[in-house]
Design a protein around this ligand. Structure first.
Ligand code: CIR
Length: 256
C-alpha cells in the first residue's frame, strides 16, 4: 500500500516541455494547472498524503517528478535524467526526499550513467528497467547495485519504440499488467496476466494502481472498460495537457 506521494506544480514554461507530438499543440498553462489539481484530488481519494512541491520555473518538464527519483518503502534513488534540459531538476528533489529517508537510504545515479524514473516499473521485489533513449546500460548497472543492497532484483528491458518503459506497460498488482505495442509479446513479461490496450488508445497504457484503485486517463473508453472488467475500482482524471508533451499519469507523481 502507498502512504505518501510527491508531486510538483507545473510552471508556466510547461508549454515548452519536450514533445514527440508537436501536432497536438502546446499545453495551455491554466488548463494544466487545473488538471494537476484534479490529479492531486484523485491521489488523495486513494488514501495517500500528497506533498506538493513548488514550480521550478526554469524547467519546463519538472512537473514530471517521477523521472528524477525512484522511491519505495526502503530507499530512494535520485536519478540522472538522460534529457539534458532535465538534469537540473534533481536539485529540487533532494530536500523533499530527506523528509522521508535517512542519508544511508538515499542513492544517486551519476554520469556517465543516465536513468529516468519513467523507465522503472516495480513488480513486487523486482524492478524492470527500460534501456531507452533516456536510460543507459551504466545507469541500469548503478540502479541494480543500489537496489540490490535493499533486496530488490533488477531486470533490464530493451525498448525500441516508446519514450519510457511505462509509456507502454504498467503493473496493476495481482500479477496483472496493462500492455500496449512492443510490450504485448516481450519475453520478460511472459509470466504475467495481461490487459492488452488497443493501438488507438495506447496513451492510456499509462494508468496507475493506487491502493487497489486504478486511475485511468479520461477519454479512453476501451481501456476504462477493460480495467473495470478485470475487477478494479477506477477513477478517471484528465491529462490532455500533459499528453501534449508526452506525459502521463505515472509521470506526475512519486508514490511510496
Ligand atoms: C520528457 O520528454 O521528458 C517529458 N516531456 C515527458 C516525461 C514523461 N515522463 C514519464 O513518462 N515518466
Amino acid at each position: 500500500m502507498f502512504t505518501h506521494t510527491i508531486v510538483r506544480t507545473p510552471c508556466p514554461k510547461v508549454c515548452d516541455g519536450i514533445t514527440s507530438s508537436p501536432e497536438l499543440g502546446k499545453p495551455v498553462y491554466e488548463k494544466a494547472l487545473k488538471q494537476h489539481e484534479a490529479y492531486i484530488g484523485a491521489l488523495k481519494a486513494c488514501g495517500v498524503d500528497v506533498l506538493v512541491l513548488p514550480p521550478m520555473e526554469e524547467y519546463p518538464d519538472s512537473c514530471f517528478v517521477e523521472d528524477v527519483a525512484v522511491v519505495n518503502k526502503k530507499c530512494a534513488l535520485i536519478t540522472n535524467p538522460g534529457a539534458d534540459t532535465r538534469k537540473g531538476e534533481i536539485l529540487g528533489i533532494v530536500d523533499a526526499l530527506k523528509k522521508f529517508y535517512r542519508e544511508d537510504q538515499i542513492g544517486r545515479i551519476t554520469a556517465p550513467g543516465t536513468l529516468e524514473g519513467g523507465d522503472v516499473m516495480k513488480c513486487g521485489s523486482t524492478y524492470y528497467v527500460g534501456l531507452s533513449a533516456r536510460t543507459n546500460a551504466e545507469g541500469i548497472r548503478q540502479f541494480a547495485a543500489f537496489m540490490g543492497k535493499f533486496g530488490f532484483e533488477t531486470v533490464e528491458v530493451p525498448l525500441t519504440h516508446v519514450l519510457h518503459l511505462k509509456t507502454g506497460v504498467n503493473y496493476l498488482e495481482n500479477n496483472t499488467m496493462l500492455v500496449s505495442g512492443e510490450f504485448i509479446d516481450k519475453p520478460e513479461f511472459a509470466s504475467f496476466d495481461k490487459i492488452v490496450i488497443p493501438e488507438e488508445e495506447a496513451y492510456a497504457a499509462n494508468c496507475i494502481w493506487m491502493n487497489g484503485t486504478v486511475i485511468v486517463p479520461e477519454g479512453y473508453e476501451a481501456v476504462l472498460r477493460a480495467v473495470k472488467d478485470a475487477g478494479y475500482p477506477v477513477l478517471t482524471t484528465d491529462t490532455s495537457e500533459f499528453r501534449k508533451i508526452d506525459g502521463g499519469l505515472s509521470c506526475l507523481s512519486l508514490r511510496f
